[in-house]
Design a protein. Structure first.
Length: 229
């Protein structure tokens, strides 16, 4: 089966299975967030920084900057990297191990079962162990002003909700995430939201609003095409 990492490789992004090697970049700010101290995340796998819209925003590639700047977590421990996935020197098990955001990855025999509503790639990073009040920031480069349709690849043990903000302004309100029955039963929410974005650098924030034991893999932003009669 095609894996998430091999998908990145086929797109021309080099893959190295040693320790994650974050590369600091100069801070990227937006007009509404001039004092923002976070920086786009970048390593040998996630080589494009900032992430671009239109396109896929990978949830685990949230900004560098730490607690209160790039993210807010209700617990200090990363329950995925170095926890559920033991520290063994591998890229997958130790991805962003020193940060509090809980990160894991899809595994054979666990996340690729036939009852998935949408099939995930194996080795795909995601944010899990989510609690209300938590948030993560993404510096994004919007290449064209316009309205965008948003898809969300996720899972949820029970019903939950998230929201999106841009430069600290709520642009969606609470967005329901219906239960998939298990955190390892994945779904693609194709008509998740519509947002208006201006060209340029912006800070996109994903907020966990209601508990659902949800896992967040990626958002996909595509230009909105209205229905035509």
């Amino acid at each position: 089966m095609k894996t998430f990492l091999s998908t990145l490789s086929s797109a021309g992004i080099g893959i190295f299975f040693l320790a994650s090697c974050s590369t600091a970049t100069s801070p990227a700010t937006s007009p509404a967030s001039k004092d923002y101290q976070g920086e786009p995340f970048k390593d040998n796998t996630f080589a494009v920084a900032p992430q671009t819209i239109p396109g896929r925003v990978m949830c685990a590639a949230y900004d560098l900057g730490g607690e209160g700047i790039a993210y807010h977590e209700t617990t200090e421990k990363n329950h995925g990297s170095g926890g559920l996935n033991p520290a063994d020197g591998s890229y997958l098990n130790e991805f962003r191990i020193s940060e509090a955001v809980d990160i894991s990855y899809t595994k054979e025999g666990l996340d690729d079962t036939p009852d998935n509503l949408a099939a995930p790639d194996l080795g795909m990073f995601y944010i899990g162990w989510t609690d209300p009040g938590e948030w993560v920031n993404y510096t994004v480069d919007v290449t064209e002003t316009g309205t965008y349709s948003v898809q969300f690849f996720c899972s949820a043990e029970t019903d939950g909700a998230v929201s999106l903000s841009v430069d600290d302004e709520d642009v969606t309100g609470n967005l329901p995430v219906a239960s998939t029955g298990s955190p390892h039963r994945w779904n693609l929410l194709t008509d998740f939201a519509e947002v208006r974005l201006e060209k340029g650098l912006h800070i996109l924030t994903l907020h966990t609003q209601e508990a659902g034991k949800m896992n967040y893999a990626w958002f996909n932003f595509t230009p909105f095409i209205p229905n035509r009669v």
